[in-house]
Design a protein around this ligand. Structure first.
Ligand SMILES: [Zn+2]
Length: 297
């Protein structure tokens, strides 16, 4: 029997440090990091997030001119190519079942079992195998973040799926989303709505993680990771079966072929916790209190 491909999938909200974690894991000799695989189709079609870097691979080339992706996609890409699992994010049923924990697993699995998603899962399965072949690496790091996309990875027949749930203080996520939207002029959501939406999303992440076998999951807090990368990395390695390696002191790209990620990833910078959100809450005390409560739920 052929060995399965191991995928280390990062589940998190946006603005939670998933690119940092993906970048740290990419420094292992055993891994290849692909960034957010869900965004590959968008990067080929030049649609959706990615306009800032013109939907290029992190090597700077368009996907089909990149030496890595052109090989990985060979024989797989066609007119019905899709890499993103779709689900009704606003569905109150999902959110409620996630909150109650009742039937959460079957509800979530049903959401990814549409005809379209089943086709996407077949493509993802082929892609992971192709990525393992082209890179020659045993572990693929996928920081697509979306919890339902993560569950879809468990449905890939040739994949051994392992998960890191990267969690961050909801107040920090809220502040960071508002700041980014201001730059992109993408949304006019208010702070309170952003905080409660982030809380619901966290609950969907928790429900997805809880429906996966515990031996294949680990939770990491962004704050702990940024404060002491080596200690958190050691825990991740021993849980997910990676050989231990030295955590980098800087976040930087080096010969990577990653798709999407935080817009700041092209700059080399020291790994340190981003606490710029704290000042904002000096002036938003009610929101601060609510955020603290929601963090604890
Ligand atoms: Zn590339």
């Amino acid at each position: 029997m052929q060995d399965k491909v191991t995928v280390i999938y990062i589940i998190s909200d946006r603005r939670s440090g998933s690119t940092l974690l993906e970048n740290i894991l990419s420094k292992s000799m055993q891994t290849v990091s692909v960034g957010e695989l869900a965004m590959l189709k968008g990067h080929i079609a030049k649609e959706g997030p990615g306009e800032i870097w013109n939907w290029a691979c992190s090597c700077g080339k368009p996907v089909f001119e990149c030496e890595f992706w052109s090989k990985a996609l060979s024989g797989i890409y066609n007119d019905s190519f899709e890499t993103k699992i779709t689900w009704p994010y606003k569905s109150s049923k999902v959110l409620l079942s996630s909150l109650s924990g009742l039937n959460a697993k079957s509800t979530l699995l049903k959401l990814i079992s549409t005809k379209k998603n089943k086709e996407t899962i077949k493509i993802l399965n082929m892609l992971y195998k192709a990525i393992a072949n082209v890179s020659g690496k045993k572990f693929i790091v996928d920081s697509s973040k979306d919890p339902l996309q993560g569950l879809a990875v468990t449905q890939c027949p040739d994949v051994d799926a392992k998960f890191i749930w990267l969690s961050r203080d909801l107040r920090a996520i809220t502040f960071s989303k508002l700041k980014r939207w201001k730059v992109n002029k993408r949304s006019d959501k208010k702070p309170l709505e952003t905080l409660t939406d982030s809380f619901f999303f966290k609950k969907v992440c928790a429900a997805a993680i809880n429906s996966i076998n515990k031996s294949n999951t680990i939770k990491v807090d962004y704050e702990a990771l940024a404060a002491n990368p080596q200690a958190e990395l050691d825990k991740v390695c021993s849980k997910l079966g990676l050989e231990k390696f030295t955590a980098p002191a800087f976040m930087e790209l080096s010969n990577d072929h990653t798709i999407a990620g935080t817009p700041g990833r092209f700059e080399r910078k020291p790994i340190a916790a981003d606490n710029s959100w704290k000042d904002f809450y000096q002036e938003h005390t009610m929101l601060n209190t609510l955020g603290k409560v929601l963090n604890s739920l």
